[in-house]
Design a protein around this ligand. Structure first.
Ligand code: FES
Length: 160
């Protein structure tokens, strides 16, 4: 966990520096940041892509398009990256039950990866999609209005 936090700090520092050097909106800067992220962290996850997009004030689609032309870049070290919203508004809509179900079904806690390296589980404070909550995200795709049953169905489909 500590290692992950360190990696995130290194990534944030690197990103700040690259934006400073290349300037906002620079696609060359984006390419540099993606390459560095891949080298340092072993992948450029959806969450890193979002951060790169925000830092350079570009649309996430542009980041995705650039990655498509960089074949050595992997989106994830794992096959499935599951991110659950732990924000207050999703909680009001029943996300606690959903979070419990997700952990039980996958069999791991937040910031863990299954033994076979297939699924990783993380949390995020808010996806800014509160009115559709409880929300979870799998490999960048949103699943809205989750409840115990719905999340079970979604996860069972990918775990099979
Ligand atoms: S609190 Fe869950 S998306 Fe905002």
């Amino acid at each position: 966990m500590c290692e992950e936090r360190n990696e995130e700090l290194i990534f944030k520092d690197m990103l700040e520096e690259v934006v400073e050097n290349f300037g906002e909106g620079s696609q060359e800067g984006v390419k540099f940041a993606i390459k560095k992220c891949q080298e340092d962290l072993g992948c450029v996850s959806i969450s890193h892509q979002k951060q790169i997009a925000e830092a350079f004030e570009l649309d996430e689609k542009i980041i995705k398009t650039i990655i498509k032309f960089m074949p050595s870049v992997k989106e994830s070290k794992v096959e499935y990256e599951v991110i659950c919203c732990t924000g207050a508004r999703c909680a009001k809509n029943g996300s606690m039950e959903v979070l419990k179900a997700v952990k039980n079904i996958i069999g791991i806690d937040f910031n863990e990866t299954t033994e076979d390296g297939k699924i990783s589980l993380r949390s995020q404070n808010c996806f800014k999609k509160c009115k559709f909550g409880p929300n979870i995200m799998i490999n960048g795709k949103f699943y809205h209005q989750m409840d115990k049953e719905k999340v079970q169905k979604v996860l069972e489909d990918i775990i099979k």
